[in-house]
Design a protein around this ligand. Structure first.
Ligand SMILES: Cc1cc2nc3c(=O)[nH]c(=O)nc-3n(C[C@H](O)[C@H](O)[C@H](O)COP(=O)(O)O)c2cc1C
Ligand code: SF4
Length: 449
């Protein structure tokens, strides 16, 4: 016995409306793995990593961002059609055989994005579309780059510098009104596949987060006032509830702060005060949990190299989302989660709040719960580095922990849509980036590691 059995972290936690319960309060937040097939089906590599999380002993496993619309999106998993249900059901069954953890896919909608074009290609296409006069083709590439800001509209100039990116302001009403149905159908399929619920992706650079943001520039009933910015997310919540059973867990991930660094050096986007008001509205709408993330926006992302698409984790907001700077404090987002939890409680709701962001040590995690700063502890990279962390902590074998060093390796794999592994895993034989999923950790004789 390690004496850890009484720790809050290892107490069960009821979630949702109908008696479902997490075996403990350790939460694996969504992490894209880029392990699906090119058309979004589950593969043995997907099953391998989620089985490892299940064997490792976490209480909740959120399956990576999974698309709700049936659009080409490479190896990203999808729930956009019934054809994806059998593979996901097999995955869920395999996890259930290994663990009593609850498992929910994070369901996401995202808008179109294209790679940055070479200067000449951009010029030629702009001329062909009638956006620029043919005379510009006489300019050299560098002369065009110099003149581009005066020749192009601000939006065209952005597309020139970063590559085309669709925004919520481009969406027609019909496209917006179709979205709740896409989320609802994806949730229905998640239920058919045996998942315990869904996490609605209302965070980072993606469609629903852009509606919630103060940067939402729509001028119709889906933009402007607080009420209007919440309209679509609340429609999604309602549609998902209507398409699933009462006991199905429906929570969301959203931003405790957007942290968008402007060209004037000031931070913009939603602040924690905005996030507190959003949290109260989402709790009132009946969500079963609120998982708090931060940043991860396109607005301040770095210019991508020619031939690559912009990646929302390269600028200031991106670095607050997936902190890689060794100087970033541990538990960096806990104050956001604590403020939101306080606001939600003050409004009379008991909705559980999940904190994540550089949480790596047992004492740190336990203190967050003991001090009432969050109800559940999310650890993304710490659990990627060591999926057995919950079992090791429970056994008091902290010395056996493989501790994340916050290098950017897994994030780089994500950025380049390469199969995500951890640099601390044993080396594979297929090239310098290949890593082998670690064997499950076993206690030695007499409970020693
Ligand atoms: C490789 C990788 C993939 C990620 N994919 C997602 C994702 O699909 N959905 C999401 O909400 N967050 C995603 N994140 C962000 C993490 O869930 C988490 O919020 C972030 O890494 C900070 O927590 P940590 O310090 O515990 O890693 C990803 C992070 C990494 C490193
Ligand atoms: S690759 Fe680096 S940042 Fe990612 S989990 Fe492993 S040690 Fe942590």
């Amino acid at each position: 016995m390690s004496g850890r059995e009484g720790a809050l972290l290892f107490q069960p936690f009821p979630l949702g409306r109908h008696g479902r319960s997490l075996p403990n309060r350790i939460w694996v937040p969504a992490m894209v793995t880029w392990r699906g097939t090119e058309d979004g089906f589950v593969t043995p590599a997907v099953r391998e990593i989620y089985l490892r999380y299940a064997q490792g002993g976490a209480g909740m496993i959120v399956l990576e961002a999974t698309g709700v619309r049936d659009v080409a999106s490479g190896p990203l998993l999808r729930l956009s059609h019934d054809r994806f249900v059998p593979g996901l059901r097999a995955l869920r069954e395999e996890m259930r055989a290994a663990s009593s953890a609850l498992v929910v896919p994070q369901i996401i909608d995202f808008l179109k994005i294209a790679r940055r074009k070479p200067v000449r290609t951009f010029m030629e296409q702009a001329v062909a579309k009638g956006l620029l006069d043919e005379a510009v083709l006489a300019l050299t590439d560098s002369a065009f780059e110099q003149a581009a800001s005066s020749l192009l509209t601000p939006r065209q100039f952005r597309d020139f510098r970063y590559g085309y990116r669709q925004t919520i302001e481009d969406l027609g009403r019909d496209e917006i009104r179709a979205l709740p149905g896409h989320f609802a159908q994806a949730a229905r399929r998640a239920q058919q596949a045996g998942f315990d619920g869904v996490e609605l992706h209302f965070a980072h650079a993606y469609t629903l987060a852009s509606f919630l943001s103060v940067t939402n520039g729509r001028t119709d009933e889906y933009g402007g006032s607080f009420e209007n910015r919440l309209r679509l997310p609340l429609e999604v919540v309602r549609a998902v509830r209507e398409s699933t059973d009462a006991g199905f867990i429906v929570g969301c991930r959203y931003l405790g702060s957007e942290d968008i660094l402007g060209e004037d050096g000031r931070l913009g986007g939603n602040t924690v005060d905005d996030a507190c008001a959003i949290g109260v509205a989402l709790a009132r709408a009946g969500l079963d949990f609120l998982s708090i993330s931060r940043g991860g926006k396109f607005d301040d992302a770095k210019q991508p190299p020619v031939g690559e698409a912009a990646y929302p984790y390269t600028g200031h907001s991106g670095h607050t989302c997936i902190p890689r700077d060794k100087g970033t404090p541990f538990g960096v987002n806990v104050p956001l989660a604590a403020a939101i939890r306080k606001a939600v409680r003050a409004a009379g709701f008991t909705t559980p709040v999940v904190a994540s962001g550089k949480i790596v040590a047992f004492e740190q995690a336990e203190a967050i719960l003991r001090e009432g700063r969050a109800d559940l502890v999310g650890m993304a990279r710490a659990l990627l580095a060591d999926p057995d962390l919950p079992r090791k902590w429970r056994a008091g074998a902290d010395g056996a922990q493989r501790t994340c060093v916050f290098c950017p390796f897994c994030e780089e794999e994500d950025q380049h849509h390469r199969l995500v592994t951890c640099t601390l895993w044993p080396k594979g034989t297929r090239g310098p980036r290949s890593r082998l999923t670690p064997e499950p950790w076993r206690l030695g004789p007499g409970g020693r590691c």
